[in-house]
Design a protein around this ligand. Structure first.
Ligand SMILES: Cc1cc2nc3c(=O)[nH]c(=O)nc-3n(C[C@H](O)[C@H](O)[C@H](O)COP(=O)(O)O)c2cc1C
Length: 120
């Protein structure tokens, strides 16, 4: 599946629904080592004239180390059919299981960042 660039100004989304109700995946790391987790806390907005995404990741999450140790992270959004996959990624830890494989997600590695082919 191909991705195309969309300017932030062209997005017509409701961040309250998108983040709070539909959830997202926070993913950080590269092909060598990465992790992902489900999130429903966060924001999309503007900070010092720059478009900004804000996430809140508890220190206990395995994903936290990948976010802290890398310059980039991705947030990605999914259609309702992936709800179970997101529920799984929000329940188990990458410390213990290969949840990406269990969730049936296909990682894409690009620009020192990782996201999933199934993302919208
Ligand atoms: C719907 C949902 C939303 C969540 N939102 C967050 C969040 O915004 N921040 C956070 O730290 N944990 C959040 N969690 C919990 C983590 O996704 C969960 O602890 C996950 O297993 C962490 O995985 P990891 O240890 O592989 O990083 C959420 C869980 C669910 C199910």
């Amino acid at each position: 599946m191909g991705f195309r660039e969309v300017k932030a100004e062209e997005l017509s989304i409701n961040p309250f629904t998108l983040i709070g109700k539909e959830w997202l995946l926070i993913t950080a790391g590269t092909e060598n080592a990465f992790n992902t987790m489900t999130a429903s806390w966060g924001g999309l907005g503007v900070f010092w004239n720059k478009n900004a995404a804000t996430i809140y990741v508890r220190p206990t999450r395995y994903t936290r180390k990948f976010v802290d140790d890398n310059d980039t992270f991705t947030i990605s959004f999914y259609k309702e059919e992936y709800r179970k996959a997101l529920a799984l990624c929000g329940k188990v830890s990458g410390r213990d299981v290969n949840k990406v494989e269990q969730a049936g997600l296909t990682p894409v590695f690009e620009d020192n960042a990782t996201y999933f082919e199934e993302a919208g």
